[in-house]
Design a protein around this ligand. Structure first.
Ligand SMILES: Nc1ncnc2c1ncn2[C@@H]1O[C@H](COP(=O)(O)OP(=O)(O)OP(=O)(O)O)[C@@H](O)[C@H]1O
Ligand SMILES: [Mg+2]
Length: 373
């Protein structure tokens, strides 16, 4: 099921639009040591990366930081992620597999079993990561290192992953780094490219920022997707979906997929699917809030204020919060607000007002699926 396939797209034939971004991506992996692919949740970052890589002949290692456990991370967590990513790489790239295994074998703590590697966390250290990256550089051809959802690496306790990235940037000529992030503010906070004290300070990079689809594109995407599925839909239904999803391609895909499975379309069915989607968005929010036990109520109340009002000024949100939870010092409030923006739940508009970034999360708040009562 091409367009409505819920997995990230990997080939141009299922990949809707985004020609400009794909072209920029292609150029970037040819010449830039560092590329950032940015966009809120479900804007299509992973699809863009995989489709772009699929069109290139360069080998790539794909590190998916969503697979990391919650909370603070240990070196063992990181090494396990690398182990899996490299085993996947070895499986995919027959041509250079044996050369790579040979080089990796020389690293302390790495054992080779047939055509897979095993990293022993007790015999390896943080520096082993630099050794592994040096190994792929020594293959003697350009390799792309993708770190999907790279802001998660900020949770590595006591170690600085950004210093490893800076090391690779400066010394490993054959390694091109691609970082994606859906929590854009958190990714910037992790990389600190503009902070003179930080390892990555001043490095040049190319940024590809994904935007939501326009209304016209959203409608077109739905019409084509349903046509592929042989599901008939009226303009009214297409508008009904478009109005609720606001150009987020991942939600359009989700709704299109669910309706196609049911082989029938009605507003009632769409409403049911929206509730399912809203519960998913709620769960993602809860995962973010889970370690923030003390501020949990405050975060929820801020989101409730913005979600129910649709758009709200600093003052309005602050008043709303204090009316419900009592006094909150302004600096504390500002930090909560900034965290919600950096984590991609709120967007601050130019005129200084805030909106909920994700239309489905907003739907969840308005329908009281999220809240304190
Ligand atoms: N250009 C596209 N054409 C068709 N479908 C797409 C496109 N981009 C994304 N999708 C679909 O939207 C959904 C989200 O895409 P993807 O996982 O690539 O986004 P993402 O930004 O990486 O999301 P997340 O933040 O959840 O990691 C998937 O179901 C994917 O198939
Ligand atoms: Mg993704």
């Amino acid at each position: 099921m091409p367009l409505f396939d819920p997995k990230p797209k990997t080939s141009r034939k299922d990949f809707y639009n985004r020609e400009k971004e794909l072209e920029l991506f292609r150029k970037s992996i040819e010449k830039s040591p560092l590329t950032l692919v940015l966009g809120l949740r479900r804007y299509g970052k992973t699809s863009l990366i995989l489709t772009g890589l699929n069109e290139s002949t360069k080998p790539y290692v794909f590190i998916d930081c969503r697979l990391l456990p919650q909370g603070m991370l240990s070196i063992a967590d990181l090494l396990e992620l690398f182990e899996n990513a490299f085993n996947d790489f070895i499986r995919r790239h027959h041509r250079i597999r044996y050369r790579l295994l040979k080089i990796l074998e020389g690293i302390k703590g790495i054992r080779i079993h047939g055509i897979s590697i095993m990293i022993n966390p007790r015999k390896t250290s943080f520096n082993s990561i630099a050794d592994i990256l040096t190994a792929i550089n020594d293959l003697g051809e350009e390799i792309i290192l993708v770190i999907d959802e790279a802001q998660e690496l900020r949770r590595l306790a006591r170690y600085r992953m950004d210093s490893i990235l800076a090391y690779a940037y400066d010394n490993l000529r054959n390694v091109r780094i691609i970082l994606s992030g859906s929590q854009i503010g958190l990714l910037y906070r992790f990389l600190r490219i503009n902070d003179p004290q930080a390892p990555l300070y001043g490095r040049a990079y190319i940024e590809i920022k994904l935007e939501p689809l326009s209304r016209e594109q959203s409608r077109d995407f739905l019409v084509r997707g349903f046509k592929e599925q042989g599901v008939e839909v009226s303009n009214d239904i297409v508008d009904y979906i478009t109005n609720r999803v606001d150009g987020v391609i991942g939600w359009l895909t989700y709704i299109g997929y669910e309706l196609s499975l049911k082989r029938q379309v009605s507003k009632e069915l769409i409403d049911e699917i929206l509730v399912k989607a809203a519960l998913l968005a709620k769960e993602e929010l809860e995962n973010y809030l889970k370690p923030r036990i003390q501020a949990h109520k405050r975060y929820i109340t801020i989101l409730e204020a913005v979600g129910t009002l649709g758009e709200a000024s600093w003052k309005t949100i602050y008043t709303y919060l204090e009316a419900r939870l009592g006094r909150v010092p302004k600096p504390v409030f500002n930090e909560l607000l900034r965290n919600l923006v950096d984590a991609g739940f709120l967007v601050k508009k130019n005129i200084g007002t805030y909106i909920i970034a994700d239309p489905i999360l907003e739907y969840a708040i308005r329908n009281r699926l999220i809240g304190l009562r």
